[in-house]
Ligand binder design. Structure first.
Ligand SMILES: Cc1ncc(COP(=O)(O)O)c(C=O)c1O
Length: 411
C-alpha cells in the first residue's frame, strides 16, 4: 500500500526536517559533549538505587509530590549552590527545573518575544540561542567581545542607536562566565557597568550560565542575577556541562511573578523525574568533589588541543586560551572558509563547528571554527588535529608545510 501522504496536512512554518543520525565522527570536536571518563558512573548508580529505594513510590504522581517547579530536593541543592558559588540569594520556589537549559531558553523567549522584536546578543554566541531567535523572527543585534566578554562600550553605542530608532530591545543575552564559544569570563567591575547601562535603558538581562562550574582557576565572579538591585535579570543554568548532557536537566532562576508566567508556558507536565531524583541524591554527596576532578581532566585536554594546533598549524591557528569550559575558538587565515572546511573534514572523519553558525555576522565567522576538546581522548585530539591540518592544507593551502617545519624546529 502507498504510505499516507502527510505533506498537504503539515502545519505552516515548520523548520526543515532533521537529518538522520549516522553516528559520531571518529574525531568528534563538534557540539558540547562531555568527557566520558569523567561521568561519575558508580556514584550515579549508587544515588539511583538509594533514592529509588527511599522515594520511588513518589513516581506514582506527576511532579513527585514536589509540585510543577521540579523535584524539591534538587531545587534546594541548587539554591544552596547558587548562594555559595554565584552569590545568588533565592528560594527553592524561585527555581524552575527544565528539560535542559535549551528549554529554559525557549521559556524565556516565549515569555518575552514576539516576531519582529529586537534583542541584543554577544556577536560570538551559542548557535542554539541564535537558531531559536531566528525561528521566532527576532532581530538579533550582535555586540563585539574582548577578553572579558561583552564590550559594554560597544553595547552603549548600540543601545543609543536603537533608542534613536525608537527600538527598545527585549533583553540583553549574555554568557558572562566562560562564554560560548570564546571562553571569556566577565569581571565583576564590567558586570556592574553592564547592569548600570541596562538599567539606564530599561532593558532586562538574560544571563546564561551553562559553563560557570568549569572554571580553571580561582572563584568565579558573582552572577549578574546576584548583583542586580532591580530584579531585572533572568538566570539560567544546566547540569549538562557539570555532570552530563544526556540527563537533560537545566533550570531557570527568576522572581515568582516571572516564573509563574514561564511555568504556564511549560506544557510538558514536568521534566523527567528520575534524572532529577538521581541528580539531587548525587549532588548532595558528590558535586563538590566531582567538579574539580572534571575541570582538571578538561584542562589537560585543552592543553593537548592547544599543543596539537601549535604543532600542526603553527601560527596559522590563532586563539586565546579559554578560562574554562570545553571549547577552543580558533581563527584561521582569511582564505579558509570553515563551512567548506567542515564538509571536507567530515569526509575525513572529523566533526567540527564552523564559525558562521556561532556569530551574528556570518562574514566575521567565515574563517573561525569552534573545537570541543572534552569528548575525544588525548590521542584522538592529537590524531584528529593532524588530520584536520592535512585536510586544510589540501583545500586551502593552510598551514603551509614550510611554516609547520619552522614551528617544529623552533619548538
Ligand atoms: C550557552 C549555552 N546555553 C544553553 C545550552 C543548552 O544546554 P542544555 O540544554 O544541554 O542544558 C548550551 C549547550 O551547549 C550552551 O552552550
Amino acid at each position: 500500500m502507498t504510505p499516507f501522504d502527510f505533506t498537504p496536512l503539515l502545519s505552516k512554518g515548520l523548520p526543515p526536517p532533521a537529518p538522520k543520525w549516522t553516528g559520531f565522527a571518529e574525531y568528534n570536536f563538534s557540539g558540547g559533549h562531555n568527557d566520558a571518563d569523567c561521568v561519575p558512573v558508580d556514584a550515579l548508580i549508587a544515588a539511583s538505587s538509594a533514592v529509588l529505594r527511599r522515594e520511588g513510590r513518589a513516581l506514582a504522581t506527576y511532579g513527585l509530590e514536589s509540585g510543577p517547579l521540579g523535584y524539591r530536593r534538587l531545587r534546594a541543592f541548587l539554591a544552596a549552590k547558587l548562594k555559595q558559588h554565584a552569590g545568588i540569594s533565592c528560594d527553592a520556589d524561585e527555581i524552575l527545573i527544565t528539560s535542559g537549559s535549551l528549554q529554559a531558553i525557549e521559556l524565556v523567549n516565549g515569555l518575552l518575544l514576539s516576531a519582529g522584536d529586537t534583542v541584543v546578543i554577544e556577536q560570538e554566541t551559542y548557535a542554539g540561542a541564535l537558531t531559536r531567535l531566528a525561528r521566532r523572527g527576532i532581530n538579533a543585534v550582535g555586540i563585539p567581545l574582548d577578553r572579558e566578554g561583552l564590550r559594554v562600550d560597544a553595547l552603549a553605542s548600540t543601545l543609543d542607536d536603537l533608542k534613536l530608532r525608537n527600538i527598545r530591545a527585549k533583553y540583553i543575552y549574555t554568557i558572562p562566565t566562560v562564554q560560548n564559544p570564546t571562553g571569556a569570563i566577565m569581571g565583576e567591575a564590567r558586570r556592574q557597568d553592564l547592569l548600570r547601562l541596562a538599567h539606564a535603558h530599561g532593558i532586562p538581562i538574560f544571563e546564561d550560565e551553562c559553563y560557570s562550574d568549569l572554571v580553571w582557576e580561582g572563584s568565579r565572579p558573582p552572577a549578574l542575577y546576584a548583583l542586580s538591585k532591580s530584579e531585572s535579570v533572568i538566570h539560567i543554568g544546566s547540569f549538562s556541562k557539570s555532570v552530563a548532557p544526556a540527563l537533560r536537566v537545566g533550570y531557570i532562576v527568576a522572581p515568582w511573578n516571572l516564573l509563574s508566567r514561564m511555568l504556564a508556558l511549560k506544557t510538558d507536565a514536568g521534566s523527567g523525574a528520575l534524572e532529577q531524583m538521581i541528580l539531587a541524591e548525587f549532588c548532595e554527596g558528590h558535586f563538590a568533589q566531582h567538579v574539580p576532578r572534571l575541570t582538571k581532566g578538561l584542562h589537560a585536554k585543552l592543553q593537548t588541543m592547544m599543543d596539537a594546533l601549535a604543532e600542526q598549524f603553527g601560527t596559522a591557528a590563532e586563539f586565546e586560551t579559554p578560562k574554562g569550559g570545553i571549547f577552543l575558538w580558533v581563527k584561521l587565515p582569511d582564505q579558509v572558509d570553515t563551512v567548506q572546511l567542515a564538509q571536507a573534514a567530515l569526509a575525513a572523519g572529523i566533526a567540527l563547528n564552523p564559525g558562521p553558525e556561532w556569530v551574528t555576522d556570518k562574514s566575521y565567522g567565515k574563517s573561525r571554527l569552534r573545537l570541543c576538546f572534552a569528548n575525544p581522548s588525548h590521542e584522538a585530539i592529537r590524531a584528529g588535529v593532524a588530520t584536520l591540518a592535512e585536510v586544510c592544507r589540501r583545500e586551502f593551502g593552510v598551514p603551509a608545510r614550510i611554516a609547520n617545519v619552522e614551528q617544529r624546529a623552533a619548538g
